[in-house]
Design a binder for this molecule. Structure first.
Ligand SMILES: *[C@@H]1O[C@H](CO)[C@@H](O)[C@H](O)[C@H]1NC(C)=O
Ligand SMILES: *[C@@H]1O[C@H](CO)[C@@H](O)[C@H](O)[C@H]1NC(C)=O
Ligand SMILES: *[C@@H]1O[C@H](CO)[C@@H](O)[C@H](O)[C@H]1NC(C)=O
Ligand SMILES: *[C@@H]1O[C@H](CO)[C@@H](O)[C@H](O)[C@H]1NC(C)=O
Ligand SMILES: *[C@@H]1O[C@H](CO)[C@@H](O)[C@H](O)[C@H]1NC(C)=O
Ligand SMILES: *[C@@H]1O[C@H](CO)[C@@H](O)[C@H](O)[C@H]1NC(C)=O
Ligand SMILES: *[C@@H]1O[C@H](CO)[C@@H](O)[C@H](O)[C@H]1NC(C)=O
Ligand SMILES: *[C@@H]1O[C@H](CO)[C@@H](O)[C@H](O)[C@H]1NC(C)=O
Ligand SMILES: *[C@@H]1O[C@H](CO)[C@@H](O)[C@H](O)[C@H]1NC(C)=O
Length: 599
């Protein structure tokens, strides 16, 4: 799952503004009835204004669409042919628009049928409810049509079959009801087809029309409630992207696509496929992305990836794979993401990391997700050579030994989870030296090991990861002094320092300096002094720490009274555990709070 969400984040950041500015020239005068202003034909201008009239536009994205702003070729989202002046492009995608853009909603005016020269139409990511058949049937020049992510009602327009020049058809999550796909049989130039998030379970034999799209190179049928799929033997050398994720093929499906040797991207995540990964996959050496997570795959990962020299992303998470990481993985120098988490993968990671770390000029690996596996052995020193690493997830494996100091060289690292392993030895300032980008740090243990992992940091250490948001070091050894380096980390939202051997007073600055604090767990230490919750801001006497959700200070040596003020402002607070301390006085909690308290 981690990889999937990370991928969409990466994808978003790559979404670039498509439309370049259109050069406007008015050298040519077209001497017809149709009156031209600037480059724009008045008939088309009126059609666009009619469209605007029928649309709700809360963030005023169409503010440039005005009668007094005559040259419609300069309107937002409109592109004209610079010689004829006819509107050829309409791009009203909301996500690529300005940051504050909201969805356009309502119906689409039939007047748009006037735009007879339209070649490119993108209405995706809006909230349109209807699109007139008459309009679809008349824009016969369209090469590119994207209606994805809208709230269309009723059946998918048959007139789509009239758009025989289409190269690109995006119909993902349109909410059209789709009973049959015959319209596809006329779209012989189609190169890109996306019907994801449409229920195709009732399309029966008409699914076969996809097989006739001989020019198709990209096909997305994610989450279409498919339980079988035509063999598509005609695509074996043309199709480069195939996304069939989130369907229920069951059984053994791989055989059907093993001859698709031109594929660069194959997504069969969450399709209930079973059985071993076939050795025949070795022929699919053009793959850059192979996503097989969330299935029932069993047996070892075949060692056939040596020739996958283009492979960038491999996701096998949440299966029942076992055995070692194949030796060939160490030679995948283009690899950016590898997820094998939630499998019974065993053996050591040393040879893989050593191999990848020798990539020249350097390793590109950004995401290494091996959590919840049976991996054993040490974290190798060569991990420090994976300079591109942003995410290192090794939670709950059977790895052990000392954590190498080279970890501190991973200056791009944002997420580090080494929890629930059998590490020993110490962590020093070197281990964190260049981790300036770290946002989440988990190095916790279930219970305190006999020789706990020891944080050997000097009292004056200035820690480099000032952007840290989550810190969980439960059952490590940080004490006896309260860690003063926490003072730099004022973006912290979660602090878990349970049973870390602190026997000290809490300094005055704690936890006041954490405006975003939501979770605080300091239980099972020997912390003495007053309860470290001061809600009143000394300077302007407003209440602080309003985002708190859960606090545990149980089993310490806290004494004195609780602050009496501001409790009503802690609207998110659900749990506060103060048990096993030496507190006294009144307890001012509002009714409804889950309070655990005993002195
Ligand atoms: C008109 O547009 C085409 C491509 O859309 C571009 O190559 C050409 O340079 C433009 N001509 C003028 C005069 O701007
Ligand atoms: C295309 O439009 C014409 C009318 O303009 C209609 O007769 C024909 O059936 C349509 N074809 C398809 C495949 O929808
Ligand atoms: C596959 O292609 C061949 C030759 O182009 C064609 O005769 C056949 O009908 C196609 N198969 C399907 C299922 O469309
Ligand atoms: C794959 O190709 C081989 C050799 O061309 C052929 O024998 C086999 O039947 C094909 N498999 C499928 C599922 O099309
Ligand atoms: C890799 O490619 C070489 C040459 O193309 C071939 O001899 C070898 O068998 C291939 N290895 C695998 C594992 O497919
Ligand atoms: C790993 O193996 C154990 C024992 O064979 C089995 O109970 C468990 O379900 C397996 N886990 C996965 C994720 O396949
Ligand atoms: C902590 O690190 C210092 C060197 O930085 C070393 O001299 C000392 O022995 C270490 N302390 C422990 C308890 O390991
Ligand atoms: C009081 O100070 C806090 C922190 O400095 C600040 O966030 C808040 O806006 C201030 N409140 C008022 C009412 O000035
Ligand atoms: C507990 O706190 C009291 C009073 O603050 C102090 O006298 C005592 O030494 C503390 N006990 C421990 C074990 O720290």
């Amino acid at each position: 799952m981690a990889i999937a969400s990370i991928q969409s984040a990466i994808l978003l950041s790559f979404l670039v503004l498509f439309l370049g500015p259109y050069l406007q020239t008015s050298k040519l005068c077209s001497c017809s009835d149709d009156h031209k202003v600037g480059n724009c034909h008045s008939i088309e201008r009126l059609a666009l204004l009619d469209f605007k009239k029928g649309v709700e536009d809360p963030s005023n994205r169409l503010s440039s669409w005005r009668l007094d702003n005559e040259d419609c070729c300069k309107w937002h989202g409109v592109g004209c042919n610079n010689v004829t002046g006819y509107v050829e492009e309409l791009d009203l995608n909301a996500i690529r628009d300005t940051a504050q853009a909201t969805r356009l909603s309502g119906g689409i005016s039939p007047a748009l049928a006037q735009l007879k020269h339209l070649k490119y139409l993108d209405l995706s990511d809006n909230a349109f409810r209807s699109i007139p058949d008459q309009f679809i049937g008349s824009v016969k020049e369209l090469r590119y049509l994207d209606l994805s992510d809208n709230y269309f009602e009723g059946r998918i327009p048959r007139q789509l079959g009239n758009l025989s020049h289409l190269h690109h058809l995006g119909l993902s999550n349109t909410r059209f009801s789709i009973q049959e796909l015959q319209f596809l049989s006329y779209l012989t130039s189609l190169e890109y087809l996306d019907l994801s998030w449409s229920d195709l379970s009732k399309t029966g034999e008409s699914l076969q029309y996809i097989n006739r799209l001989h020019s198709l190179s990209e096909l997305h049928l994610s989450n279409c409630q498919l339980s079988s799929f035509p063999l598509m033997t005609n695509f074996t050398t043309t199709l480069s992207v195939l996304d069939l994720s989130d369907n229920n093929f069951g059984g053994f499906f791989f055989k059907a696509i093993i001859n698709f040797t031109a594929l660069q991207s194959l997504d069969l995540s969450a399709t209930e496929i079973q059985g071993p990964i076939p050795k025949a996959i070795e022929h699919m050496t053009s793959l850059k992305t192979l996503l097989l997570g969330l299935n029932e795959l069993t047996g070892p990962i075949p060692d056939v990836f040596a020739n996958f020299t283009s492979l960038e992303c491999l996701d096998l998470e949440y299966n029942h794979l076992e055995g070692p990481i194949p030796l060939s993985f160490g030679a995948l120098c283009k690899l950016k993401e590898l997820s094998l988490s939630r499998n019974n993968i065993s053996g050591e990671i040393t040879e893989f990391v050593n191999g990848i770390s020798l990539c020249r000029p350097n390793s590109l690996l950004e995401i290494l997700d091996l959590g919840d596996t049976k991996l054993t052995g040490n974290l190798p020193y060569s991990i420090g050579n994976l300079k591109s690493l942003r995410i290192l997830h090794l939670q709950e494996t059977s790895m052990n030994g000392a954590i190498p100091k080279s970890l501190g060289q991973l200056s791009e690292l944002e997420f580090l989870d080494l929890s629930l392993n059998a590490w020993d030895g110490e962590l020093t300032e070197d281990h964190f030296a260049n981790l300036a980008n770290l946002r989440l740090l988990f190095i916790s243990f279930d219970e305190k090991p006999p020789k706990p992992l020891f944080f050997n940091l000097s009292f004056n250490w200035v820690c480099p990861f000032t952007k840290l948001f989550v810190l969980d070091l439960a059952n490590c050894q940080l004490g006896p002094l309260f860690p003063s380096w926490l003072r730099n980390l004022n973006q912290l939202g979660t602090i878990v320092l349970e049973n870390v051997g602190i026997s000290d007073k809490i300094p005055n600055w704690f936890p006041k300096i954490y405006p975003s604090l939501q979770f605080l767990d300091l239980s099972n230490n020997q912390i003495s002094g007053k309860v470290p919750l001061e809600f009143r801001n000394g300077l302007n006497s407003t209440c602080n720490l309003k985002q708190l959700i859960a606090v545990s200070l149980s089993s310490n040596n806290l004494s004195g009274e609780l602050p009496q003020e501001c409790w009503k402002d802690l609207e998110s607070l659900e749990v506060i555990d103060l048990s096993n301390n030496h507190l006294s006085g009144k307890f001012p909690f509002p009714f409804g709070l889950h309070l655990s308290f005993q002195s």
